[in-house]
Ligand binder design. Structure first.
Ligand code: NDP
Length: 350
């Protein structure tokens, strides 16, 4: 291990989270081909009918193993169809995107953001040929979230042992991993999701282990008591009133699409995008679609889920590192964060 076998390559399978981004992206593809800009209404009417396909190649540099090559595969799932009503059509598109990764010869593929449903459902086999290993990328995403929260707390002088941590989306794959990671280092856990049954069971499991935990399905009931908030819900929380938080609260929004539409001023509260990583050695897209997909201020920033597959390719270890839901362990988080650091891939805070 450590020496990258020839031909180990990665695929990042993704989806666009807003129509603004989808429109920029589609138009940038067309401009490349000297066509006029398409209006958003036209893009909306055709986007979901485009079959998943490889859109550009990616090169990422590890200071240890040098250049690794891969590709981005767009699933062309419409940004406003990421809900249960479109589940079957979306599963079909993700499976098509997985076939595309296998056809293109990727040794390991990350299923970014919403596309991880294929592996999280537990019933689905993403690989048809067995040539590609599929990972949700959720372990490194959770790792970047928790390490960034620790780092911001240190910078702000907020002691974790005295803090109450609220996790929105706590019963999900990433949210439950964050809760397990922090259960022994914070004063108290607050858990939030829409369904009361799984929340009650999760809360009881923590209480049975002697951890202080409380839950609510309405986030506004919990916000006044939260010193730190991690948002990892799979849908936008339109009714959350972040004005209810203490003025020195730290908020990490790792949702994709972003969970929060904060309308009121932050008034001293800290808000950052979590689950992102920074590649010290840099990366390049061919053609360069970076500004169509990413609008983070920092250089060489990428989603943790994609970086998990990339780090595995850098290490020459194409394995299905993360699969299923609710199975991410603290030791797996520390292992993949350590592997990422070895290859110059670190948590990004923006
Ligand atoms: P899961 O589907 O496993 O979990 C989603 C969680 O959110 C569940 O607890 C769900 O519970 C809860 N939830 C959904 N909507 C709401 C809401 N409006 N209010 C409160 N809780 C809600 O998802 P994952 O853990 O795989 O992913 C979580 C988020 O992280 C997604 O937005 C995903 O796209 C993003 N992500 C970000 C990455 C990054 O690199 N930054 C990488 C991978 C994922 P219930 O249904 O009961 O409400």
């Amino acid at each position: 291990m450590g020496h990258q076998p020839a031909g180990v390559t990665f695929a990042a399978i993704g989806h666009l989270d807003t129509w603004d981004r989808a429109s920029r992206f589609v138009n940038s593809l067309r401009v490349t081909h000297h066509h006029a800009q398409l209006p958003i209404a036209t893009i909306k009417s055709v986007f979901g009918f485009i079959p998943p396909r490889k859109l550009f190649e990616v090169e990422v540099i590890s200071p240890v193993t040098g250049k690794v090559k891969g590709m981005y595969i767009e699933s062309f799932i419409s940004p406003d169809e990421l809900d249960a009503a479109h589940l079957h059509a979306n599963l079909r598109k993700v499976r098509e995107a997985c076939c595309c990764a296998e056809r293109e010869g990727a040794a390991v593929a990350s299923l970014g953001g919403f596309t991880s449903i294929v592996l999280e459902a537990g019933r689905e086999e993403a690989s048809v040929t067995g040539r590609t290993q599929f990972t949700t990328g959720n372990t490194l995403t959770a790792g970047f979230i928790v390490k960034a929260v620790e780092s911001v707390c240190r910078q702000r002088g907020k002691a974790l042992q005295a803090a109450t941590l609220l996790i929105v989306g706590s019963t999900g794959d990433i949210g439950s991993a964050c809760a397990r990671y922090f259960e022994n280092s914070v004063k108290s856990l607050l858990l939030c999701a829409r369904q009361a049954g799984p929340l009650a069971r999760q809360s009881q499991e923590f209480i049975d282990r002697g951890i202080s935990a409380r839950y609510a399905v309405h986030v506004n009931e919990l916000l006044p008591s939260a010193d730190i908030v991690i948002c990892v819900a799979s849908s936008i929380m339109s009714d959350a009133d972040f004005g209810l938080l203490p003025h020195d609260a730290i908020i990490c929004d790792a949702g994709y699409p972003k969970n929060l539409a904060i309308r009121q001023p932050l008034n001293g509260r800290v808000l950052f995008a979590g689950g992102m990583g920074m590649v010290r050695g840099g990366y390049t897209f061919f053609p360069d679609h970076r500004s169509d997909i990413y609008d983070f201020p920092g250089e060489n920033v990428m989603h943790g889920c994609f970086l998990e597959g990339i780090v595995l390719a850098m290490e020459g270890k194409p394995v299905a590192f993360s699969r299923g839901r609710g199975k991410i362990t603290v030791s797996a988080i520390n292992d993949i964060v350590g592997l990422a650091a070895k290859h110059g891939v670190e948590p990004a805070i923006h």
